[in-house]
Design a protein. Structure first.
Length: 389
């Protein structure tokens, strides 16, 4: 740990994308004090509730504008994990008497994999697609997996560990031709890559903290035509047009809306800058022998670089890197101590999967952070290789 007064580590793990933008924090603060919009937005009998409801709907419009949706198609949730669970479980259980076949990929986020496994235990059939060595799911593979009883396909836009980008437009076309619904986890893509929903997906999950909004708030896009196919999985007050009960957190939603507005205005420039920093980091690391990219270098996400180091164990490397904050894989799975299931699914050996680091970049990542990170990793790898048995 850093001592008192020491410089904070360069943030190049998942947190690089999760620092709250000060402009977002200001919007949230406006809803947290007695002078602000602190009322319950579901209370319709007084001005405080009306003011909070107006803030929620203004934010909903900003969220919808970022992803090319209509405000009525946005359902607020606690994050992308809940949104994915709602899309998958809510659709499957609502249609279990009609169709019971689902399709997904082995490289999906746990927020998709675990609901799919739960549905297998409930009697649904799941086809598990394999990615190629670059982490991509071929649209033809999706097409070949579709059956007359296929209800839902779930393929993420950007892999959270490798940054591999999927052809969601082509996958969506295959699903529409077969009469199947498509859900996509867009958490890593929204605000960084072009996201156009019209005619491509039926459901999409995303979250505020990946675009420098607050943690604990996200959304599920539900296309108007797909609304009859989905039922709630949380019950209570009937908020969010009956799809997600629970008191709406006005301050978090206001922050989400501001984050989306900023991403719409600045996301293209942010992505271009991050792509340049990512390329600089790879140039630095690739000067060492035995360094292998797990991310597509040409057309992957500008915000993610995953690298394996031969002859080095990843957890030892992370421990040695006090100068930077970096991870060995998904933040949601990092506590397990197991090698990345994503990298193993891509054909990496256990040793290479264990000797990997994931670097994530965000709006506040600087060239200095990149230089510090590259130099620190090179020193640590050289030292660890020198003492390895």
């Amino acid at each position: 740990m850093n001592g008192a007064g020491a410089a904070r580590p360069a943030y190049l793990d998942n947190a690089a994308t999760t620092a709250v933008d000060p402009r977002v924090a200001a919007a949230m603060a406006e809803c947290l004090t007695g002078e602000g919009a602190y009322g319950n937005p579901s209370s319709t009998t007084h001005a405080y509730g009306h003011e909070a409801a107006a803030r929620v709907e203004a934010a909903r419009a900003e969220v919808a504008a970022l992803v090319g949706a209509r405000p009525a198609e946005i359902v607020f949730t606690s994050g992308a994990t809940e949104a994915s669970n709602l899309a998958i479980l809510g659709t499957a259980r609502a249609n279990a008497d009609r169709r019971r076949h689902l399709v997904t990929a082995r490289t999906e986020h746990r927020a998709t994999l675990d609901p799919m496994r739960r549905l297998e235990r409930e009697g649904f059939a799941v086809t598990w697609l394999a990615a190629d060595r670059d982490g991509r799911i071929a649209p033809d593979a999706v097409r070949a997996a579709l059956r007359p009883d296929t209800l839902l396909v779930s393929i993420m836009q950007v892999n959270n560990e490798t940054g591999a980008v999927q052809d969601i437009a082509a996958i969506g076309a295959a699903c529409r031709a077969a009469g199947a619904l498509l859900h996509s986890d867009l958490a890593q893509g929204v605000g960084k890559l072009p996201t156009l929903f019209a005619g491509q997906v039926d459901f999409a999950s995303f979250t505020a903290h990946k675009i420098h909004g607050p943690k604990g708030i996200g959304a599920l896009y539900v296309a108007a035509a797909a609304r009859p196919w989905i039922a709630p999985i949380v019950f209570g007050g009937g908020q969010e047009r009956g799809l997600r009960s629970g008191t709406l957190p006005t301050h978090q939603i206001a922050g989400f809306g501001r984050a989306c507005a900023l991403a719409r205005a600045e996301g293209t420039a942010d992505a271009a800058r991050m792509a340049g920093l990512r390329a600089a980091l790879w140039r630095n690391l690739s000067e060492m022998p035995g360094v292998l990219p797990n991310s597509p270098l040409a057309d992957g996400s500008p915000a993610i670089l995953n690298v394996s180091f031969e002859g080095v164990e990843g957890e030892s490397l992370v421990t040695a890197l006090e100068e930077i904050a970096v991870s060995t894989g998904s933040a949601c799975s990092s506590a397990s101590g197991e090698p990345s299931y994503v990298l193993r699914a891509l054909g990496r050996s256990t040793e290479l999967a264990q000797g990997s680091l994931r670097f994530s970049l965000g709006r506040f990542t600087t060239a200095t952070d990149i230089e510090r990170a590259g130099d620190a990793v090179r020193r640590a790898v050289t030292r660890l290789r020198g003492i390895a048995p």
